[in-house]
Design a protein around this ligand. Structure first.
Ligand SMILES: [Zn+2]
Length: 267
């Protein structure tokens, strides 16, 4: 009995120390994977994915992706500085790449701010505002540490808290394997770990505020998601597959607009 109680105490302590708070929404989340391990692994996985991909040669589009990305990232950094997260700013190594793949209507952000946009999403984003919706959403996933939380949840379910901490310290490659799996990098891809609906809705919410703070009209998120919802197609993109139904999403965004508009200064 004592043993069981002690173990329960240990696990609850671990959960306690492994808890963090999501910026802007204030939600509590678990994250077992040490940030430095997560970031190093993420950079490796990102570079590997880029080396397996064809990058766009279109300098105008590349420049647009880099510019909008940099504005949204600096809006996230400004938010962190204003909210006592100066130390966290240093853990981000923002990078924005455009991958030439017209069939993939997608974008992703790995932990630490490694972002890729596929050319297939550009007809849907249409202009800088639409792209800012996508960037806001992706940067929000990074700011909220959704990648680390998602991996922690999966590992916790598979191994339990105690084994997980042992596994992470004894297998230095584990965090990288997880990221590779999560983002579908490499040949022996296991299960793709989709973000939960909660993560998606949270990324929409935070993204709206980031884009508004960066000077993009958050109201343009509504027509963007309506265009995404009308897409259909043979392979639903990350942007739609695990996401809330388009109507629900647009409704949520409409409800969050007044909050986002407080940060938006009309040019
Ligand atoms: Zn997402």
């Amino acid at each position: 009995m004592f043993k069981v109680r002690f173990l329960a105490f240990l696990i609850s302590m671990m959960l306690f120390v492994s808890c963090s708070t999501v910026p802007i929404t204030g939600r509590k989340q678990i994250s077992f994977i040490p940030q430095n391990q997560l970031i190093t692994s993420s950079i490796d996985a990102y570079n590997q994915l880029l080396s397996q991909s064809k990058l766009s040669n279109d300098s105008t589009k590349k420049q647009m992706v880099a510019e909008v990305g940099a504005k949204i990232a600096s809006s996230a950094e400004q938010f962190m500085r204003e909210n006592g997260m100066e130390k966290e700013v240093e853990t981000y190594h923002w990078e924005f790449n455009l991958i030439e793949d017209d069939k993939t209507v997608n974008a992703f952000c790995m932990p630490g701010g490694k972002i890729a946009v596929y050319t297939g999403i550009l007809p849907v984003t249409q202009d800088e505002n639409g792209l800012a919706v996508v960037m806001g959403h992706e940067v929000a996933h990074a700011l909220a540490n959704h990648g680390g939380e998602r991996m922690s949840q999966v590992m916790l379910a598979q191994l339990g808290a105690t084994s997980l901490s042992v596994a992470l310290s004894s297998q230095p490659g584990l965090a990288k394997d997880l990221i590779m799996q999560a983002y579908g990098v490499g040949a022996n891809v296991g299960v793709l770990l989709p973000y939960s609906r909660r993560h998606e809705s949270e990324a929409d919410h935070i993204g709206l505020i980031l884009m508004a703070r960066a000077g993009y009209d958050p109201r343009t998120a509504i027509p963007f998601w309506q265009r995404m919802g009308n897409l259909g197609g043979e392979r639903p993109p990350e942007f739609l597959s695990t996401h809330p139904a388009p109507e629900k999403r647009v409704e949520d965004i409409r409800n969050e607009l007044p909050e986002a508009l407080k940060y938006y200064k009309e040019p």
